[in-house]
Structure formats: C-alpha cells, structure tokens
Ligand binder design. Structure first.
Ligand code: PEP
Length: 247
C-alpha cells in the first residue's frame, strides 16, 4: 500500500477573531505546491467565515471538538452536523486539553468520532502520554490503549487520522527525540493494523507538540510520521508555512 498523503493541520485553540482571518488567507496564498493536505481548525466562531474566505483554495477548515449527539439541550456545545454545515471538513477529537480539562474519556472520544463520521467529517483523533506516564515507562501502553479505546470499529474504510501528541510536549517547547517519536508512531501503526487489518496502513499518523519551522523537517521526515498537528506555530502564517514547506 502507498504511504498515506500527509496532513498538516493547524489548531488555533481558543485564539483568534475575525481580524485573524488574514493569517488563514496568507496560508492559502502561500501553500501552493505542497505535497501535504493542509487544514486550519479555528474556534467554532470563525469556521463559516474562514470557509468562505478559503473557498477555491486547497486549505481545508476543521473544528476542534464536537458533541456526540446531533442536536438537543446541550448548552454551549456544537454538533458535528453544525460544524459540517459551517463548512468544516475535519474535526480534532480527544485533544489532551479536552481529555484533561473536560474529563473526556476514550469512550466519549469514540462516541464523538462516530458523530464525526455521521456528519461526514474526517476525524483527527489525538492520543498521548503525560510526562509521569513516560517516566514510568508506560508511554507505549498508554498511547496504544487510547488508540484502541478511542477509535470505533466503524472507522474501517473511512478517512481519518491519528495525532500522537505527548502531553508534556504541547505548548512547552519540548519535543521527544526522533527515535522516541518513531517508536510511538510504529506502535500506533501496529495497533491500527491489528484493529483494521490492511486498511490500518491508510490513516496518516500526525505528530503534535511544539512543532516549529526549525524542527519540522526532522520530525516530518521521521518514520511513520504522516504530518503534523500544530498549535502555537499555526497562528502566524509565516511560521505555519515554514512548517508546511519543511515537508
Ligand atoms: C496542540 O495543541 O495540538 C499542539 C500541538 O500545540 P503546540 O504546537 O503549541 O505544542
């Protein structure tokens, strides 16, 4: 099977207002010729505007989370169907900031992943160990356990991505060594193959956690790294383009 098409996705988190859309436009203007699929996941408030602005460009728009239900009395939540209606094509699920800050479990992440499929969105499912788990020698067990628990069987044959994001690398400037990244990515690929057979070779496995223009080339060319999920460095077009061009 050929290698998955790389995906480089920017996660703007709770940053950005309409004034920030100029950065997304600058990314779209500069992205031509990239071998990667490129996406920006802004706050939900900006999805529709960004989708209009990026129409006709190769840059996709995504959400950062969704509710498992399609509609109902869930104040403040956003359904996968609503993200799709606003123009999103992908959605980040199970980010460690949601697992830790909103007590999201693997079971809930799997339910949200099903919701994304129901709405026609491509899920990017995040997994990753804490520093304490790594220091206790549990990184591989934690990550592969999250993959098994967060990915429902219904993903078979569907487009999706897994993002390996060590919690201790997010927003800290710290990154694992290349051999550490490769070890985890290989374990994720083996787990995907166990779960989905030959189709487990298809989803890209992104790395996320302090990816910057300066370290992107080494990370993006590591074995089994199929792209990146980029937080802070996706907020400025020049930095995000520097990462995209490192592929
Ligand atoms: C993230 O939150 O998904 C992330 C990777 O953040 P950063 O790039 O800022 O570490």
């Amino acid at each position: 099977m050929t290698a998955p098409t790389p995906l480089i996705a920017g996660n703007w988190k709770m940053n950005g207002t309409a004034a920030s859309l100029a950065e997304a436009k600058a990314v779209a203007d500069g992205v031509g010729g990239s071998a990667a699929r490129v996406a920006i996941c802004p706050p939900a408030t900006l999805i529709a505007q960004m989708n209009w602005q990026l129409k006709g460009t190769p840059v996709l728009v995504g959400g950062q989370d969704c509710h498992a239900e399609a509609s109902g009395a869930f104040t403040g939540d956003v359904a996968a169907e609503q993200l799709a209606d606003a123009g999103a094509k992908l959605v980040i699920l199970g980010h460690s900031e949601r697992r830790a800050g909103h007590r999201e479990t693997d079971v809930l992440v799997a339910a949200k992943t099903l919701a994304a499929l129901r709405a026609g969105l491509e899920p990017i499912v995040c997994v990753g160990e804490t520093l304490a788990e790594r220091e206790a020698g549990k990184a591989l067990a934690v990550v592969t356990g999250q993959v098994r628990g967060s990915l429902p069987a219904e993903l078979a044959g569907k487009a999706f991505a897994v993002a390996y994001e060590p919690v201790w690398a997010i927003g800290t400037g710290l990154t694992p060594t290349t051999p550490q990244i490769e070890e985890v990515h290989r374990a994720i690929r083996a787990t995907l193959t166990e779960m989905f057979g030959a189709e487990g070779a298809a989803p890209p496995i992104l790395y996320g956690g302090s990816v910057k223009p300066g370290n992107a080339a080494e990370i993006l060319h590591a074995a089994e790294v199929g792209g990146a999920l980029v937080g802070g460095a996706s907020l400025k077009a020049d930095d995000f383009l520097g990462i995209i061009r490192a592929l």
